[in-house]
Design a binder for this molecule. Structure first.
Ligand SMILES: [Zn+2]
Length: 240
């Protein structure tokens, strides 16, 4: 979750636990954005702003308030949500759904496990030659570079051929973008999510489908892809 006062600052420690310096701190009840919250003491770890964590009645951390160092009256409230994507974008309405494996045909699922394709990056690698895309929070922060080869029509997250072309990851179809966390759980954005604007800042091809079909099946690439110039994940896909 990035600071609004200084977008270069990322709040990394955003669990629901009480921060160390707020233990045994007595706080008054505040109303912020229409929510009743308890405000902790100033967090000494942050120097870009005066940062105070906010807690609910059960003393779960639910957000923070950051005040400008120069003008205390200038402040922003940031909330923590169940979905890490919602917290990062400060956007309500994200739904934490099932894991990605439930979207994948059984034979592909079994192959993924037997060949170690069990991380978001490796799964994205398998998807690159089709329209599906796997997107983690880290990939939203920093769009991955894709290497492609016009000769063998392959794409990869790593250099694959002599004649590589490099460009940012593309998103051919909005309804086939799967947002997943590191536990491979799917997070479903609200239909008007700003996440797509953010992804497309780097994409020169436009998203063709405007309606998000929440239960769209994960499309894996066709099995008869031409072999790449060198061996790699693309070849595994060709043998599927
Ligand atoms: Zn090639």
């Amino acid at each position: 979750m990035n600071s609004i006062l200084d977008p270069n600052v990322v709040y990394e420690d955003i669990s629901a636990d009480v921060t160390e310096h707020d233990i045994d701190v007595v706080s008054d009840l505040w109303n912020m954005d229409g929510r009743d919250v308890y405000r902790g003491s100033r967090d000494p770890r942050y120097t870009h702003a005066n940062v105070y964590w906010l807690y609910n009645e059960s003393l779960s951390r639910v957000g923070l308030c950051e005040h400008s160092l120069r003008d205390h009256a200038q402040f922003h409230i940031l909330w923590l949500y169940e979905s890490e994507f919602a917290t990062f974008l400060q956007e309500e309405g994200w739904e934490v759904a099932t894991d990605i494996w439930s979207k994948i045909p059984k034979h592909v699922y079994e192959r993924c496990f037997s060949e170690g394709f069990t991380t978001p990056e490796k799964l994205l690698e398998l998807c690159l030659n089709g329209p599906s895309r796997i997107v983690t929070l880290e990939m939203i922060r920093s769009i991955p570079t894709i290497y492609s080869c016009d000769d063998c029509k392959q794409k990869s997250l790593k250099p694959i051929c002599v004649s590589n072309q490099m460009r940012p990851l593309d998103f051919p179809q909005k309804e086939k973008v799967f947002f997943i966390d590191l536990d491979m759980v799917i997070h479903i954005p609200p239909t008007d999510s700003r996440v797509f604007t953010r992804l497309l800042q780097h994409d020169d091809s436009s998203l063709q489908v405007q309606v998000l079909e929440r239960q769209a099946p994960l499309h894996m690439p066709p099995h008869a892809a031409p072999p790449p110039h060198q061996t790699g994940p693309a070849e595994l896909q060709a043998q599927a």
